[in-house]
Design a protein around this ligand. Sequence first.
Ligand code: ADP
Length: 763
Amino acid sequence: MIYIPYYNVLSLPDVSCYYQLNYLNSMSDKTISAGDKVLFLMLKSNKKEGEITAQDIYPIATRGIVESIEGEWALVHTTTRVNLDSIQVQGKHYQLEMRVRPDVEDMDPEDVKKRFHKMRSDMLQELEGTQWLMGARNYVMRWQNMNELVTFTSGMLQISSEEKYAILEEDSVAKRTEMMEKAFHESLELYKVNNEAKTAQEQSHEQIYREQALRKQIDFLQKELDKLHPENMTDVQKFEQKIEESGMNETARAEAEKVLNRMKQEGQESHEYGMLYDYLDFVTSLQWKKEAPAQIDLAEARKVLDGEHFGLKKTKERIIQQIAVMALNQKQSGSILLFVGAPGTGKTSIGQSIAKALKRKYVRISLGGVRDEAEIRGHRRTYIGAMPGRIMDGIKRSGASNPVVVLDEVDKLVRDYAGDPSSALLEVLDPEQNATFTDHYMNVPYDLSDVLFVCTANTTDTIPEPLLNRMEVISFPGYSMVEKFQIAKRHLLPKAMEKAGITEEELTVTDDALRCVISDYTMEAGVRGLKSRLDTLCRACAVTVVSGSQEHVAIEPKDLRSLLEVSPIRHDRILETKNPGIVTGLAWTQAGGEILFIETLFTKGSGKIMITGQLGDVMKESVQIAVSLVKSMFPDKAGLFEENDLHIHVPAGAVPKDGPSAGITLTTALASLVNGKAVSPELAMTGEVSLRGVVMPIGGLPEKLMAAQRAGVKRVFIPEENEDDLMDVAEEVKQALEIIPVHRVSDVLEKTGILRDCGQEAV
Ligand code: ADP
């Protein structure tokens, strides 16, 4: 038995009420569970536990039973009144003798019910128009009988504690009903008078206090009930609770409450309701509380990075450094990394691995084609259909305040009349400003300083300077054949098989077949195409296995064409014959490196220059430079350019080519043409040239060398200033090629044998 002493409220039988479990446990020396019996002891004066003596307890009490335990709450149902024949109290320990005290049923139960309904509607009517009807209505409607009504409102009844006891003591149902009605109506009358007196000052402090206390209790119990039965909650109640629990900052809370009040006033029929709902739903779904950084174990982080990605040694090392610095500074963000490289080189997926290594949430936000500033920073809510910007939307999706956010394709932001999205992005990435980033839709600041941003791009060329300056560029040069093979074998194929539900017993792809897929069915720096080819193979295998035609499928190079249903790619190979005026060059494209041929020819004419092939503007300028250079280097041959028309052709191959890096190739081809000296097709070259005859550095060296190796080139001239980039070139490529750094155009011409006299300073 649990004894619950109480003062100045009533506890009548046949009432169901929730009590805080903690409170009940503190009364009893055992842990409360469903089925336990309780006894409500009414006190004559307000005594604290431990001070209570037998004389303080009225001799009639109410017995009840714990019906259920729901979370932190115990539902107690009171059953009967009891006479306490003997009372002994010692601290928390009570020894009581009790007898049930039955009611005298001298009234028609229907009549009692009617009078209860009348009381309840009187109460609701009185509450009508006051601010606390909202929360109280549902609650009041749950009361089943007059006892419940009086028990719950007894703290507010304007009668003394003795008078309350008199109600409990009364055996006659008729008389008790009358007493309750009288006390209730008098109190209600008083409340009415007080209410009509309007100003709060005129209310007695006690009255205000009681009211507030009761209101608080009702609110509190209502919320608890709503938690147990969320399906019954109204939107307003739901958001009240969510705002309470969200941990929002002051400003955000004030804004949310403003919107909530609007929602209350407008009601569900209002056309604004949906908009208000969406706003509250958005802001309350954000994680406002700061999360403590997870313990970082560098070895473990390394394991995660290595486990998910093959190669990328430098990138991984840089990421580990970043993680270490963050751990040392006890910060959750650090410098913003920008991964630059061709599609499918693992930029996005390594972003995901960073999140895993840091044990943080991951979210990807695509910025490709974003041209409106509002897409980053949100639309003001005054617009119909206003939405939060992509940044805050991403943060919401992550469900955390410190996710790792991969901002994909920052090079594809477009600036136009709708504003400059990159300037909005600057604010997001600036550690000085992003602690108070304000999305126009939210209209309140949100702290982004714990978010770790990682950006990806295919090129840095189109990224505005201020944005680029904020980031640390890490390039993803693309994978060599050997790396692609390892990635396919260790990662892509097992994943593709798992996705298709195929086991190793059912499918083997031979190493040769894998190599063949890489070299003949994909043309890319990354592995995205490779991944989709392997997916296709696995799907084809699934069909064979499921149809029962074969239990095991082994894929060899010869099967690829029919399984992949495409013809293999034809890569340019070096030319077999040696002709003056034709030189092999190296080009960089989004899909990686390619070799190209510069073909030049003189035809009888009058000094015109004709250029054909898919050449961009920059390459056309390189032609002019090459012509001028060759004329000045071989003055005795300059006449050829006047007597003839010059035709320059660059066979298109699969991709258009542009950029200044064909300068040296063009110059060499022309020098070869005018001197009638052929250059070996096994020699390739890349480099921009200046009018001074200097070979200047170029980009994309690793990809270009990879292409050279694939095409069968043996020797490559590269600009001296690019020598450092050789560190990024795969070993196998370096071993297959003789790589010769050159500084001047004349070096190239000497080494190709076009300049006969080695000591001659041509330019
Ligand atoms: P990007 O963002 O550079 O376009 P993704 O990150 O989307 O490329 O990579 C494409 C696919 O290739 C992903 O499935 C990824 O897991 C896989 N991938 C790329 N690089 C590697 C690697 N080094 N090791 C394992 N898988 C890789």
